[in-house]
Design a protein around this ligand. Sequence first.
Ligand SMILES: Nc1nc2c(c(=O)[nH]1)N[C@H]1C(S)=C(S)[C@@H](COP(=O)(O)OP(=O)(O)OC[C@H]3O[C@@H](n4cnc5c(=O)[nH]c(N)nc54)[C@H](O)[C@@H]3O)O[C@H]1N2
Ligand SMILES: Nc1nc2c(c(=O)[nH]1)N[C@H]1C(S)=C(S)[C@@H](COP(=O)(O)OP(=O)(O)OC[C@H]3O[C@@H](n4cnc5c(=O)[nH]c(N)nc54)[C@H](O)[C@@H]3O)O[C@H]1N2
Ligand code: SF4
Ligand SMILES: [Mo]
Length: 702
Amino acid sequence: MNKPLPIALGHSACPHDCPSTCALDVEIIDRNTIGRVRGAEGNSYTAGVICAKVARYAERVHHKDRLLKPLQRVGGKGEGGWREIGWDDALDLVAEKFLAAEVAYGPESVWPYFYAGTMGLVQRDGIHRLRHAKHYSNQFSTICTNPAWTGWFAGTGRIAGVDPREMEEADVIVIWGTNAVATQVNVMTHATRARKRRGTRIVVIDIYDNATMQQADLKLKLRPGTDAALACALMHVAFRDGTADRDYLARYTDVPAELEEHLKSRTPEWAAEITGLTVEEIEAFAALVGHTPKSYFRLGYGFTRQRNGAVAMHAALSVPAVFGHWRHKGGGAFHNNDQIFSFDKGEITGKTLADPSVRHLDQSRIGAVLMGDADALSNGPPVTAMLIQNTNPMNVAPDQRKVRAGFSREDLFVCVHEQFMTDTARIADIVLPATTFLEHDDIYRGGGQSHIVLGPKLIDAPDTVRTNHFVIEELARRLGVGDRPGFGLSERELIDRMLTKSGYGSLADLEAGRWIDCQPSFEEAHYLDGFAWADGKFRFRPDWTGSPASTRPPASLGIQGPAERLPALPDHVDLIEVADPGHPFKLATSPARHFLNSSFSETPGSRGAEGGPVLMIHPEDAACLGLAEGERVEIGNERGEVVLPLKVTEKVKPGVLVHEGLWPNSAFERGEGINTLTGADPVAPYGGAAFHDTRVWLRRAS
Ligand SMILES: Nc1nc2c(c(=O)[nH]1)N[C@H]1C(S)=C(S)[C@@H](COP(=O)(O)OP(=O)(O)OC[C@H]3O[C@@H](n4cnc5c(=O)[nH]c(N)nc54)[C@H](O)[C@@H]3O)O[C@H]1N2
Ligand SMILES: Nc1nc2c(c(=O)[nH]1)N[C@H]1C(S)=C(S)[C@@H](COP(=O)(O)OP(=O)(O)OC[C@H]3O[C@@H](n4cnc5c(=O)[nH]c(N)nc54)[C@H](O)[C@@H]3O)O[C@H]1N2
Ligand code: SF4
Ligand SMILES: [Mo]
């Protein structure tokens, strides 16, 4: 049979939580159906390339398991019994439960919980409008960016860096702690173009030989949580060999002499002992970046998902400041562009409606919050009602046993608005069906690049499916706040007003242009007019507790984790879960190439490509324990146990285990997923979860 021809080509943006924020061209087959999705050729960052999972988005949007009708639980929580319920009845019930919670314990007992399942500014952030209008509990959003952004901000004073497209002019590209082939493919587009054109050398620093390391010219496979030691040794060599840029250091940095003195004992031999790299590897890397002015450091999230992650980010970021790489086109560092955008989102988020005295609850500590931990609740009332949009905490949040126990509480009412029957939807009281990005209007902005991209509605959603915006507006009306500022506007009106207020033109302008490139000038991106601190100097000596970073915890929560153990200058610090005789292995739970967090674990293309959940182990470890490929093992710690089949591979180091992907809990033998093992104790100093920093024991499963 011939494939139907597309009737039109729609323009959109990828809504998923990925730094690339690709500009998309979408084949529209008819009013309800899409065909192939491609990367926009004309966008200079996307450059026509997107990942496989979004290219085959038709299988997600037209999936037979899409949620289509509102559902009400029948039977026990999580048992899987549902009956269909009309939209009006469902929303009436949610409003009734929220009002009841408010009467019993005050508005802070309602906790709207969200994350970045869609990165659209209207559909993602509109939940705050309802929150603020009702003075419901705030969410301190720690689960992803906090350790990384805190470490970066500590140095530069601003979450922004060198244009990632400048990688094409670099002679060395250091891909540090990000599995870019899997998690942001466009980094590889620009890096491999550079290699083709100018013979650029690609260095990858990771804890296992992942898809990105397989493309590297220099592979540095170190022990988890030891990146700061490597960074210190590189800087030691710079001072030792005279490759440090002393003129740059004097002009642009705070305490270069102090740093030099401090690093005298941080030799390659010292770092080799800690990182497990050889002295030769460290010396070769130091010589390479020491003699290559155009060295570009692309710093990722992965290496900051350790309990010393903020320190590691700051240490790695200090390296190009010592060598003066920032001076040169194609040199310097990049992590995220958050602060180059200046959106006035106030109307979407209902900023003026907020009461500053309302408490914040830590997103990553949802288990403790729901279990009534007084500290996690800031000594306030229990959480007894929730609305959840764009996130799947029953799968992705750490310390899962606590999370599950919390969601199982009979006195907790949960409404989940979702596209699929996720682990979280499964344990809800009311499930509402949500549109996908192709079925609603929204606007997106890059984190790993510099574009604002429009994502208009391209096809009609199934009749009974509603947008996040609709749910927020309808609940607001029922809760008596629908007439407050910011309510009663359409998505398009909100986008238009935000763009105009922010000085980015109108919606009509953006529709005509598709995207806006907000890349700052070369001088600004390279901090050539000074870093973003009052004295203009990069800080080798950060103020870990005083920085006014956007990631800083609200006063009601205070500084997080063992902040007093953070070093004054870049250094290795054993804040991590160090392996011990009772827990001889270090486990990392790294993202899978064909999933996006727990999304796409429902699509046949992605599931097929990933195979199934496995645990990677080094052949020596397997042999030592008398274990073979495919054998089932149990791994565990004080938080729980999980059973997985082994994959014996030299990709991982001895003593290190890697599990890729956030598989649904049902994919595991006992119905408990990988986050059963990860901890929710906050990364110092501004919080976050150390997903790749877990010590475990391992034994043959019975
Ligand atoms: N395909 C796919 N893409 C994704 C996602 C996904 O799940 N799948 N998730 C999205 C999201 S929300 C985010 S935040 C980004 C994250 O994307 P990345 O920045 O790539 O971060 P991670 O994938 O968490 O980890 C990257 C690598 O760091 C390694 N790592 C772990 N510990 C250490 C360490 O101590 N040192 C070093 N050097 N490396 C370490 C991990 O094993 C992994 O290989 O990706 C986004 N894109
Ligand atoms: N073990 C381990 N755990 C991790 C990580 C790890 O590396 N290892 N990574 C962590 C990181 S970096 C992150 S960011 C978190 C992410 O965790 P989540 O934010 O929970 O991300 P997803 O799992 O993709 O879930 C997003 C959900 O939003 C839904 N959704 C998408 N668009 C819409 C919409 O328009 N409306 C509504 N109502 N729903 C929508 C999707 O169907 C999906 O179920 O996970 C964290 N958890
Ligand atoms: S998931 Fe990332 S790489 Fe894939 S299309 Fe979306 S933004 Fe691009
Ligand atoms: Mo993330």
